[in-house]
Design a protein around this ligand. Structure first.
Ligand code: NAP
Ligand code: GLV
Length: 316
């Protein structure tokens, strides 16, 4: 039997199926693999089902190699050096599509919660500081009919844009690496700063990694309008977090809704102190149904490899 490591606890039915097909080890401590852990796992197991934070950097692939496939749990795989994996003969797969709707829903949650000051309102109520309905209490920004800018018009970007267009009558503009046509009204803008300056809501949905690191920098944030709201459901490293905090503190934008951070799970105290931010703990795909589907897809890729078939969601 081939040896499989699953690096975190995932849905029971997926673990049960894996236990019937492989010599299975499931890590019980919730901490991500360090580079040294990852290297040891690559030398010990035939297949690994890792997830976000597990440090499969180039150094992890430098030593002895028994592993043939990393069936990543998650669509984003910026924690895996996929080129180094390929060089070491390790296939990498991911879990696209099954998490698109759940993640787009979190995008809308953040747009609405930030615009309508839901976090602030809830904190005030729970603190016993609500003095009743008032015509000027916690006034937010209207969402319906406004203009949204999507950075990265891929699966999740399009799902956010569809919700904004069909659900909220919003005008959709977007910035994308390559030219893209979509099946709903949306205008591609060639300059990211021009997009930032033109919209009421700027939503980031590009993958992480070297190509997009700090794509959202002080210039882009500085181009936003004072009433603008910034939302990131992609990866923390896409945004210069210090530059974001600077514009928020200076009141140069109205607020931010964040699901991801530069050094997760660390969230800077300066960010936590800001009332005009809604801060979620990386919940994009966190529904029971979605997490089960992600686990199944990750395992199905490993099963395909073990049966000599091409893993369907191969990325390298
Ligand atoms: P996707 O379908 O591959 O879409 C990515 C889009 O970003 C593509 O349209 C791509 O353009 C564009 N892009 C890539 N690099 C770019 C660059 N340098 N400048 C501008 N645009 C660029 O991926 P997806 O399924 O939508 O997922 C996107 C990301 O969301 C994932 O990689 C992951 O990091 C993140 N995510 C987060 C959560 C969460 O829990 N918050 C959940 C799921 C996913 P092209 O058309 O040129 O390829
Ligand atoms: C979650 O962030 C993912 O990339 O699946």
């Amino acid at each position: 039997m081939k040896k499989l490591l699953i690096t975190r606890q995932i849905a029971e039915p997926v673990l049960e199926q894996a236990a019937g097909l492989f010599d299975l080890t499931v890590r019980t401590d919730g901490n991500p693999l360090t580079v040294a852990d990852a290297a040891e796992a690559l030398a010990t197991y035939d297949a690994i089902l890792p997830t976000l934070g597990d440090a499969f950097s180039a150094d992890a692939f430098a030593g002895e190699m028994r592993c043939k496939i990393l069936g990543n749990f998650g669509v984003g795989y910026n924690h895996i050096d996929a080129a180094a994996a390929a060089k070491a003969g390790v296939i990498v797969t991911n879990t696209p599509d099954v998490l698109t709707d759940a993640t787009a829903d979190i995008g809308l949650t953040l747009i609405l919660a930030t615009a309508r000051r839901a976090g602030e309102g809830e904190r005030m109520l729970r603190a016993g500081q609500w003095e009743g309905f008032g015509p000027k209490v916690k006034l937010g920004t209207h969402v319906t009919g406004k203009r949204v800018g999507i950075v990265g018009m891929g699966r999740i970007g399009q799902a956010v844009a569809r919700r904004c267009h069909y659900g909220f009558g919003m005008e959709v503009l977007f910035y994308n690496r390559s030219p893209k046509s979509v099946d709903f009204p949306a205008t591609q803008i060639r300059s990211l700063t021009e997009l930032a300056a033109s919209v009421d809501f700027l939503v980031v949905t590009v993958p992480g990694g070297a190509e997009t690191r700090y794509l959202i920098n002080a210039d882009v944030l500085g181009a936003m309008q004072p009433h603008g709201i910034f939302v990131n459901i992609a990866r923390g490293e896409v945004v210069d977090e210090t530059a974001l905090i600077d514009v928020l503190e200076a009141g140069k934008i109205a607020g931010a809704g964040l699901d991801v951070y530069e050094n997760e799970p660390h969230v800077p105290a300066r960010l936590v102190a800001l009332e005009n931010c809604v801060l979620l703990p990386h919940l994009g795909s966190a529904t029971v149904e979605t997490r089960q589907a992600m686990g199944q897809m990750a395992l199905d890729n490993i099963i395909a490899w073990s049966e000599g078939r091409e893993p369907p969601q191969r990325v390298n």
